[in-house]
Design a protein around this ligand. Structure first.
Ligand code: CTP
Length: 399
């Protein structure tokens, strides 16, 4: 929650400015006060009226507005907030910040402020990749500015790649993490959770019994220790935890894409029960009963998300944790699985029906690391999550 937190939100001029309207709403829902600043270019994309209506406050636009100066000078405006957020941060705004220019209200506030600053860059992929922008990015990171995103994906300009502004909830999660005190403060952690649904036709799918409870508890426990959590979830029974950035997916292939676009992260926890197979050539029409016999489904192998990330040559998260759901010879299978997948830790559990673990409220796990296997007593999924989160915090301290 962000009760009593005061955010100065600078909206730059990019197509992603429309997402900042949702960001204002989400921040206010969580109790934050939002003072909006709109750049000249920003006004081309969203109107001052909609920004101020959503913020419930006047929007500041001019450096030399006599009325504004009489009410609250720009120096004071830059200092009243607990956090300054620039979203979208355009290539131009980033360049101004990196150079220390102060030729409009936004850049002047950013130069005059002594409060922490977070930026959510958004721009065309070539602009993002340009050495000038990458140089500015390094300068800003070196100045202690927190950077959220950008994400990879299709862009409004028709190109594909990094440059899309982070989603409003990802920015909210980063803001919440910024204010959370705890050993994981400043760490970005990815969690996969829930089952995946693999379509047979538009109305039928193949799934598994995962409720998503363990993954949700892990997301919650990590956020409670101050982590910025990117929570990539299949269609789970339990709701996602509060204070995390939720990316909802259906299939294993979508989950892999979402995971890849969330990177880089400090740690990845792969708690999802991903379907190993999908139906090859799923029908785009409902399959009908036929006199010619029963339908025959052909399967194709899904990508192994945990293995893909564990074996990344560049950009592999410093800590990768997998789960092993087994029904027999748990320790042997899980130890072999850790080797096969290439992850750092495996949390192994026995999901035979008689344990009641899959879909239940408790879990009994064995943590397998480089140093061997540790049997944890049976406990609630929340307690497992808290124990894991504090182990992750210890491990990241030394990374
Ligand atoms: N996993 C994954 N992508 C897949 C399959 C599994 O990321 N396509 C991850 C799970 O999130 C979990 C771990 O791999 O962290 C092990 O999942 P599990 O279902 O136990 O293992 P499988 O890979 O299915 O291996 P097996 O068929 O031998 O049980």
């Amino acid at each position: 929650m962000l009760a009593d937190k005061h955010i100065l939100l600078i909206i730059g001029g990019g197509i992603a400015a429309f997402k900042s309207l949702d960001l204002i709403r989400r921040l206010r829902e969580r109790g934050a006060q939002v003072t909006p600043v709109l750049t000249r270019a920003g006004e081309e994309f969203v109107t001052p009226l909609s920004v101020s209506a959503l913020a419930g406050k006047k929007v500041f636009r001019d450096l030399f507005d006599l009325g504004d100066e009489a009410e609250m000078g720009h120096i004071q405006l830059s200092r009243v907030a607990d956090l300054v957020v620039v979203a979208p941060a355009t290539a131009d705004l980033m360049a101004k910040m990196a150079q220390g220019l102060a030729n409009d209200l936004a850049s002047t506030l950013l130069l005059a402020t002594d409060t922490p600053v977070m930026i959510a860059p958004a721009m065309n992929v070539r602009m993002w990749d340009h050495p000038a922008t990458q140089r500015n990015l390094k300068t800003l990171q070196g100045d202690g500015i927190t950077v959220v995103g950008p994400n990879k994906g299709d862009m409004a300009c028709g190109e594909h790649g990094p440059g899309r502004m982070a989603e409003p909830m990802e920015i909210v999660a980063a803001i919440e993490a910024q204010f959370a005190a705890g050993p994981l403060r400043g760490k970005r952690i990815l969690v996969t959770s829930g089952p995946t649904h693999e379509p047979i036709d538009p109305v039928r799918y193949i799934a598994n019994r995962s409720s998503g409870a363990q993954g949700a508890a892990i997301g919650q426990a990590l956020a409670a220790l101050g982590a910025e959590v990117i929570f990539v979830t299949g269609p789970a029974d339990v709701p996602p935890p509060a204070g995390v950035a939720v990316v909802a997916v259906q299939t294993a292939q979508h989950m892999l894409e979402a995971v890849q676009s969330a990177l880089p992260v400090d740690a990845g926890i792969f708690a999802a029960a991903v379907a190993d197979w999908r139906v090859e050539g799923a029908s785009d029409r409902k399959l009908k009963k036929s006199k010619d016999g029963l339908p025959v489904l052909e399967f194709a192998e899904n990508p192994d998300i945990l293995k893909t990330v564990s074996r990344m040559e560049t950009g592999r998260p410093p800590l990768v944790v997998g789960f092993a759901a087994e029904t027999n010879d748990v320790l042997d299978h899980a130890t072999a699985k850790r080797e096969r997948k290439g992850c750092d830790w495996i949390l192994a559990n026995d999901v035979s029906p008689e344990t009641g673990i899959m879909g239940g409220s408790e879990n009994a796990v064995i943590l397998i690391t480089d140093e061997g296997a540790e049997d944890w007593p049976r406990m609630s999924k929340e307690a497992v999550a808290e124990a894991l989160a504090s182990r992750v915090a210890q491990a990241l301290e030394t990374k």
